[in-house]
Design a protein around this ligand. Structure first.
Ligand code: CP
Ligand code: NVA
Length: 306
């Protein structure tokens, strides 16, 4: 098979920094109602979900519809992929019907295989390795509340998971400082981390207070991600000192915002006081998934110029 001329969004760096800022501007126009084109008219998006989802599923579905196209939800309970049909075959069938494929799954390599064999753009809707749509939505939310992300400081508290990996990529790519506080044994992916550290924009710490001190943004995520449910008890012990609570938020900048990709567990990685408090912008953050993904699809599937 040949590599067909299509662009994918598997990780943050698949768009250049200039393209990423153009995407954020396009998403901001969509957010504020200044965009009314239908670049996906007559086009279809397949959405493969091997894991649960509320935000990703609904925001992609509604987003495609708003841009004039149709969305097709595929769960492993229904499609042959769930019964062992190879990803490469699924890719070469789906691309005869649709103009783009969004996938949420476990192994990142499966998404790369899909991208290798499909002739249409592939969008990563979360893997065990990364969650780039969410991080662009988070950057959009930062710019909505605090202005230009460049020069800001983001504090990541907790697990070095898929979210942390995409934050690392974004910091180096877009020019903000990322201070990660992860317990030993729960560091981010080695390849992402080394690139981040060598960019000078990323710092790996152990103490949450050191990471939060003076930060413009404090953010965290669940202690056990999808697929790690059986590690919940062990992880609850490892992360006991990594809860985002009011005293931790008080160390951040006075205007600091709190982000969480959701779903959240009040009383675990974040207290109810912080999640439901005045510094939390998590509902705007969830809304921004819709706007940034519309911008991504308009660019990749609809020829919207960046
Ligand atoms: N944040 C996020 O991706 O949410 P869902 O799992 O509900 O899609
Ligand atoms: N890290 C979490 C994010 C959920 C949106 C997970 O992978 O389950």
């Amino acid at each position: 098979h040949n590599h067909p001329p299509h662009r994918d969004f598997l990780n943050i760096a698949d768009f250049s920094p200039a393209e990423t800022f153009a995407l954020l501007n396009l998403a901001e126009r969509m957010r504020t109602g200044a965009y009314d084109r239908k670049p996906l008219a007559g086009k279809a998006l397949a959405m493969i979900f091997m894991k649960s989802s509320t935000r990703t599923r609904v925001s992609f579905e509604v987003g495609v519809t708003q841009l004039g196209g149709t969305a097709h939800f595929l769960s492993p309970r229904d499609v042959q992929l769930g019964r062992g049909e190879p990803i490469a075959d699924t890719a070469r069938v789906l691309d005869r019907y649709v103009h783009g494929i969004m996938i949420r799954t476990f192994a990142h390599a499966d998404v790369e295989t899909l991208a290798e064999y499909a002739k249409v753009p592939i969008i990563n809707g979360l893997t065990d390795l990364s969650h780039p749509c969410q991080i662009l939505a988070d950057v959009l939310t930062i710019q909505q509340h605090l202005g230009d992300v460049r020069g800001k400081t983001v504090a990541w508290i907790g697990d070095g998971n898929n979210m942390a990996n995409s934050w690392i990529e974004a910091a180096a790519h877009l020019g903000f400082t990322l201070k990660l506080a992860c317990p030993e044994g729960y560091d981010p992916d080695d390849t992402f981390l080394r690139a981040g550290l060598s960019s000078g924009m990323v710092l790996l710490l152990r103490d949450p207070r050191e990471a939060a001190a003076g930060a413009d943004v404090v953010t965290t995520d669940v202690w056990a991600s999808m697929g790690q449910e059986e590690e919940q008890a062990k992880r609850a012990l490892a992360f006991a000192l990594y809860q985002v609570d009011a005293p931790l938020m008080a160390l951040a900048a006075p205007q600091a915002i709190f982000l969480h990709c959701l779903p959240a567990h009040r009383g675990e990685e974040v207290t109810a006081e912080v999640l439901d408090g005045p510094q939390s912008v998590v509902w705007d953050e969830a809304e921004n998934r819709l706007h940034i993904q519309k911008a991504i699809m308009a660019a990749l599937m609809g020829n919207e110029a960046l």
